[in-house]
Ligand binder design. Structure first.
Ligand code: AR6
Length: 173
């Protein structure tokens, strides 16, 4: 089980082996954390995403899956792109959010990453309630069978940090 650490801040500033990107299935960039990662990481990341689309995912990366590129100018070796579910009241998509975390850690293991930073996947544009997302993210990582030693959740803002802190405390009880 990896050690779980919570940090308030900007994921693009983290020094870790791999940074997870909350992407969309096009892998062509977007807003939120995706935009920030592509802006800070530079053009190489987008070029590799285009290659992955052409070679392996012509119809786009399915929700809940993950792929790795190099990290360009970021202080990391890899960016792991995963696609979170959009939130829907009418349907439980928690398994897809959980899958983003297990698949990202599986890809991290494939690459040999030992420290991985995650954003709060799906909690922005995709509208997943952050309390629910935090519980799913933390419990999935805690139960993951991975060689990754440290998982750092990087939360944007004090409110998001507080939610994750409460969820982590509840999980440790
Ligand atoms: N560092 C850490 N967390 C951040 C940062 C940052 N620099 N910037 C935003 N967040 P979102 P999603 C937080 O919308 O909901 C994109 O357009 C943010 O406050 O980035 O999975 C993609 O291309 C929120 O808590 O991702 C997709 O189309 C969390 O990151 C779509 O958005 C996730 O918000 C994906 O939506």
């Amino acid at each position: 089980m990896p050690k779980i650490i919570l940090v308030e801040g900007d994921i693009t500033k983290q020094r870790v082996d791999a940074i997870v990107n909350a992407a969309n299935s096009s892998l062509m960039g977007g807003g939120g954390v995706d935009g920030a990662i592509h802006r800070a990481g530079g053009r190489t990341i987008l070029e590799e995403c285009k290659q992955i689309r052409a070679d392996r995912y012509p119809d786009g990366l399915p929700t809940g899956q993950a792929v790795a590129t190099t990290a360009g100018d970021l202080h990391a070796t890899w960016v792991i792109h995963t696609v979170g579910p959009t939130y829907a009241k009418s349907e439980d998509r928690s398994h897809l959010l959980a899958s983003c975390h297990t698949e990202s850690l599986r890809v991290a293991d494939e690459q040999g990453a030992r420290s991985v930073a995650f954003p709060a996947i799906s909690t922005g544009v995709y509208r997943y309630p952050i309390e629910e997302a935090a519980t799913i993210a933390l419990s999935t990582v805690a139960e993951s069978n991975t060689a990754v030693k440290e998982v750092r959740f990087v939360l944007h803002g004090a409110d998001a940090y507080a939610v994750f802190e409460r969820a982590l405390r509840a999980q440790m009880r």
